[in-house]
Write a protein that binds this ligand. Structure first.
Ligand SMILES: [Zn+2]
Length: 123
C-alpha cells in the first residue's frame, strides 16, 4: 500500500486521486490530507515510479508541475511545494458575506436587514 501525502495540494486531492488511481489501476482510499493506493491483488506491488510520474503528469496538466516536488520515501510519496505556495481551490464557494452593525455588533447575512436594524439606533 502506498500513501500519497497531499498536504500542500489538498484542494486538488480528489482530482489527483482519481487520475492516479486510473493510471496505476489501484484502489484509492481518501484520508485526511492524504490518500492511499492499494493493489487489487495482495501479491501485486504498485510501481511507485508509475505513481510518481502520474502525479507529475497531473500537476503538469494543471500547470503546477514546476511548483511541486514529488518525493518518495519508502511507501510514502510526498507532494511538496517548492516555493511554499499551495494550490488554492479556485472553485471555493464564497462564504456568506456578513453585515454587522457598527453600533452594537448585530450580525446579519442581509444588507436590507442591517439597514432596518440600524434605524433603531437613530430613533
Ligand atoms: Zn445595532
Amino acid at each position: 500500500m502506498l500513501t500519497i501525502d497531499c498536504k500542500d495540494v489538498v484542494s486538488i486531492k480528489n482530482e489527483l486521486l482519481v487520475y492516479v488511481a486510473d493510471q496505476v489501476a489501484a484502489i484509492p482510499t481518501l484520508k485526511h490530507h492524504k490518500f492511499t493506493l492499494s493493489s487489487f491483488d495482495d501479491d501485486e506491488i504498485i510501481d511507485i515510479s508509475v505513481v510518481i510520474s502520474a502525479i507529475k503528469e497531473y500537476l503538469d496538466s494543471i500547470d503546477e508541475g514546476h511548483n511541486f516536488a514529488v518525493i518518495s520515501n519508502n511507501d510514502v510519496i510526498n507532494i511538496t511545494s517548492i516555493s511554499g505556495k499551495v494550490i488554492e481551490r479556485t472553485t471555493t464557494k464564497s462564504k456568506h458575506e456578513l453585515f454587522s452593525c457598527t453600533h452594537c455588533g448585530f450580525v446579519t447575512q442581509y444588507q436590507v436587514e442591517l439597514n432596518v436594524h440600524m434605524r433603531i439606533h437613530y430613533l
